[in-house]
Write a protein that binds this ligand. Structure first.
Ligand code: ADP
Length: 168
């Protein structure tokens, strides 16, 4: 099976990202996670912090590597000899965005294919931006992110003021 890259901002990584990563590590021989540095976006976590979190999540996955990159994703793919870009999709809005992105990447390098992997239904509402906002406002996001990320969010915003409520 070919080598795939899984690019993203991962600010911070969530259980949704982790699910895609675990599934990718079972589907492909090699998975190269690439953390987009993207200086034009403002991030809560530095590139190094995001790298350390993703690295810790990939511990034990022997076919996963983690890198940082501030250029075009197709250039990273070419550099590491990967022919496939993998992206996760939560719903129609993601699909529209990802389709556009894949067409751009294809126009930049038609030899690199994009594969879209639908999320697991448990993670369909998880997005890094919402998780940061909830954590900033004192909400408990510990069931939405891996423990290492929950810890890092506590480091930024302090402990949650509200515990998660169990519903009927
Ligand atoms: P970007 O800013 O490049 O979209 P993200 O870190 O937000 O970076 O996302 C990286 C990839 O992970 C994207 O393909 C995104 O759709 C996917 N992703 C994000 N959250 C989830 C989730 N909850 N379930 C599945 N895929 C997800």
């Amino acid at each position: 099976m070919p080598k795939v890259i899984f690019p993203g901002t991962f600010d911070p990584p969530t259980n949704g990202h982790l699910n895609i990563l675990l599934r990718a590590s079972r589907m492909f021989d090699e998975v190269a996670v690439v953390i987009a540095t993207n200086a034009s976006k403002s991030h809560l976590f530095s590139t190094e912090e995001r790298f350390a979190m993703v690295k810790s999540l990939s511990q034990g996955l022997s076919n996963v590597t983690v890198s940082m990159w501030d250029g075009l994703i197709v250039d990273f793919a070419r550099r590491v000899g990967a022919g496939i870009i993998l992206r996760g999709v939560r719903g129609p809005a993601d699909f529209e965005y990802e389709l556009d992105l894949s067409l751009w990447n294809r126009s930049l390098n038609p030899r690199i294919e994009t594969i879209l992997l639908p999320t697991d239904h448990r993670y369909a509402i998880l997005r890094s931006s919402a998780i940061k906002e909830v954590a900033r406002l004192g909400g408990d996001v510990s069931e939405m992110v891996p423990p290492v990320v929950a810890e890092a969010l506590r480091g930024k915003f302090g402990s949650p003021k509200t515990g998660s409520q169990s519903l009927p």
